[in-house]
Design a protein around this ligand. Structure first.
Ligand code: TMP
Ligand code: ASP
Length: 238
């Protein structure tokens, strides 16, 4: 697959056109960012680890009936994906309290929620991704009612699929963020699922195996991503 013009460069990924306008090349870079881009660093091997991690999760979700944009791995840091019309909202599910929900609601960390909770955020770094609700999404025309229902249902279903998958690997899926887009009139999971966009804790020790290691300067960021990958059975070439 020939790499075409650079279409978009985000904080950690670059998106290129291909000869087929219905497909894009997604490149995972080593660049790592937190706090809406205020803390950044290039971490060796992260692009490669995230590319293989994402492929494994997207294929697992496809097998379990979630439509994703993932097509195939085409290199160590690149994957071929469907060209979605992205919806500018982030869908977050939480199983255990930590992060922004503790600050926003003044609740303690580490509460195991009675049932997973779901939140929408507007994808806007300058505004620090403010929390929004489905009325905002409808009123501003970011997505239609049916699309909102699908994003919610698919995100909760993703949690139901992935929580046991991680549990079997000795990992707690604490929370995660998904982004969706439109393709052929349907709502399809886009973006990525990697330790950059979720929280993963060792089931026994509660050691963090995700981007909180970078946010909190805990060190061994990529090494921890690789531990999570290897426990899931994802093999990553040297
Ligand atoms: P939060 O606790 O900061 O709201 O994040 C909840 C989860 O969503 C956490 O796993 C990180 C992920 N997330 C992102 O990856 N990017 C984002 O912009 C946001 C708001 C959350
Ligand atoms: N939104 C992502 C995070 O908070 C990346 C960033 O903010 O730069 O981890």
């Amino acid at each position: 697959m020939e790499r075409g013009e650079l279409l978009y460069s985000g904080k950690a990924k670059s998106i290129y056109r291909t000869s087929d306008k219905r497909q894009l090349l997604m490149e995972f870079r080593d660049d790592t960012s937190a706090f809406d881009g205020r803390k950044t660093e290039a971490l060796s091997r992260k692009g490669k680890v995230n590319n293989y991690f994402n492929a494994f999760i997207m294929e697992s979700l496809e097998d379990a009936g979630i439509n994703t944009h993932f097509d195939s791995l085409v290199g160590d840091t690149q994957s071929l994906v469907k060209n979605l019309d992205m919806i500018p909202v982030e869908c977050v599910v939480r199983n255990i309290t930590t992060g922004s929900i503790c600050r926003r609601l003044g609740v303690e960390e580490n509460i195991e929620l009675e049932t997973p909770t779901f939140e929408f955020f507007l994808k806007n770094d300058e505004l620090h991704d403010p929390m929004i609700n489905e009325y905002h999404i409808r009123s501003f025309g970011w997505a239609e009612d049916e699309e909102i229902k699908k994003m919610t249902a698919y995100t909760l279903k993703t949690n139901a699929i992935l929580s046991p998958l991680f549990r079997k690997a000795g990992i707690i899926l604490v929370d995660f963020k998904l982004e969706f887009g439109r393709f052929n009139g349907d709502i399809v999971l886009g973006d990525e699922f990697t330790p950059d966009g979720c929280r993963l804790w060792d089931s026994e020790t509660r050691e963090k195996l995700d981007k909180d290691r970078f946010r909190q300067n805990l060190g061994d960021v990529v090494e921890s991503y690789e531990i999570a990958a290897s426990r899931l059975g994802v093999s990553i070439p040297d």
